[in-house]
Design a protein. Sequence first.
Lengths: 130, 412
Amino acid sequence: MAYSEKLIDHYENPRNIGSFDKTAEDVGTGLVGAPACGDVMKLQIKVGADGLIEDAKFKTFGCGSAIASSSLVTEWVKGKTIDEAETIKNTDIARHLALPPVKIHCSVLAEDAIKAAIADYRAKVTRKAE
Amino acid sequence: MTAITQIRRNDQPIYLDYQATTPMDPRVLEAMMPYFTHKFGNSGSRSHAYGWEAEEGTEKARAQVAKLIGADEKEVIFTSGATESNNLAIRGVAEFYKDRKNHIITTVTEHKCVLDTCRHLEQQGFEVTYLPVRQDGLLDLDVLRAAITDKTVLVSVMAVNNEIGVIQPLAEIGRICRERKVFFHTDAAQAAGKIPLDVEALNIDLMSISGHKIYGPKGIGALYVRRKPRVRLVPMIVGGGQERGFRSGTLPTPLCVGLGEAAEICMKEMDDEAKRLKKLQERMLNGLRAKLTDIVVNGDLEHRIPGNLNISFAYVEGESLMMGIKNLAVSSGSACTSASLEPSYVLRALGVEEEMAHTSLRIGLGRFTTEHEVDTAVDELVRHVNKLREMSPLWEMAQEGIDIKSIEWAAH
């Protein structure tokens, strides 16, 4: 399968690999996918006092497209508010990496991972407020 | 032993996919060359020297193939490859004997061309039993015995599996088939030339052989069809009545000669080559095991051709691993390399869990594989497996002692 240069770059030099403490109050964690399907993404955001996502980390079990998709979104979410980050669409990811049709589900998973991380962060904020 | 140690160019990746195909042995090409040029005659032309010369070539080749499997040369017919041989053997027997018997037995780990031929026959009203295999990939003989009925005409079990390299108990299967008066066909595409095969000792009635899996040319294969007791077939390709009427069409002389030469080289060098490959297989596996934990060999390691390894590298998805090891040409049981998005049906049939099937690689070693290539492959694999595990959430969980089976994953 012929992949785009951008995709290969993200696969070979993935940005922001790693983990935050998932119990920290300023961290939101999304874990999506399933090992049996061959794709699992863990995406974490760290939200600053100003409401901006100041850092993001990921770990992914999956094909090269899945790794590249998650690496890309960790770059994209940084510096955004969580509302802005929530608007990232899988089609943007797929277009940017020029994903082949059979790999579109990787971009869907990356979008799901951001949404899950944001939902986790929001749930923590709500719990804290209560 | 072969004098040639390297046939790839230095800018090509290391070839470790010998179950997909093999490079042609230069000695095979040499034998073929005259039949592309001045010995171009039609082996069916009886009236002049061009035809006689071509016939000499095809008949020598037929004898070489026959000798490799302990057959008589009259029992070998040339085909376009193992796919055609498998089609002809299974459909040919089924259709010839359909008035008396209509049941075929095969296994779930056969090559697609056997499974698809059987599906095709099912659609025409034949009954097909697809036997499971054990966790080691081998057929349980009691299961086979129990499946045979008065209506069974044919048992088709591959000699060596193309994904996991395991060798089926051919002698025992042959004995059972002979006792029950059922024909025994074996797809020996991955076995011929690699392990000793004797159609008499093994009671094999039909055997499929491929040229390009044994360092011969692509586009040629053979089907062994027993004469005593006679096996009859309805031909798939009709016309000039070549190949005892089983397979019409002018023989591709250069390809036949290439297959014959390839068979003869395999026969002469089989013992030495098997020993050499066994050492390389052990070197590969020991090298990986010394530096990596959580790797599993799929399929029985003992009843296996030495040129195959199929390994699951837990927590690392197969396609991403293949993307990393760019300098190695291997194949994967992972879904992501195929359009189907389903992991290998062979591994699933062994009971390998889906998540482990996604992490598997097939590594094929062969005649031109060197120790240096194996060592390079081990280094590359170790480096990339470690790199990918560092970025694998599943590896992280495993290190934290979390059982990934305890998590409720949302299948997608």
